[in-house]
Design a protein around this ligand. Structure first.
Ligand SMILES: [Zn+2]
Length: 102
């Protein structure tokens, strides 16, 4: 049985919420209330700046042009360029692995 990482409430298919940190790193499962609270707290902590309508987040020297992003940049200038030109292809080495499932 899954339990909310914060309050210990029992979770089923209908009320289980997964929270991911930047780079799609899994944080854990929560009830809806604590999933929202946890994600909001992470976003506040990682937020760098709003650029051209997009929020840039950073963690461990990696910059992400949006929260659920699978790739990152190692400096903020390239991140801004990406936001300005979303059609530019991303170099493979900048991709981070996407983990799926449990
Ligand atoms: Zn909870």
């Amino acid at each position: 049985m899954l339990k909310c990482k914060q309050c210990g409430a029992d979770l089923g298919f209908k009320n289980v919420y997964r929270v991911f940190d930047l780079g799609l790193e899994r944080v854990g499962v929560f009830c809806q209330e604590h999933a929202e609270e946890t994600e909001r707290g992470l976003k506040e902590k990682r937020f760098v700046e709003e650029y051209n309508g997009s929020k840039i987040y950073s963690r461990d020297g990696k910059y992400f042009p949006y929260w659920d992003c699978q790739y990152f940049f190692d400096n903020i200038e390239d991140t801004r360029k990406r936001i300005d030109s979303p059609h530019i292809a991303i170099v493979d080495k900048q991709a981070v692995k996407l983990f799926l499932g449990e």
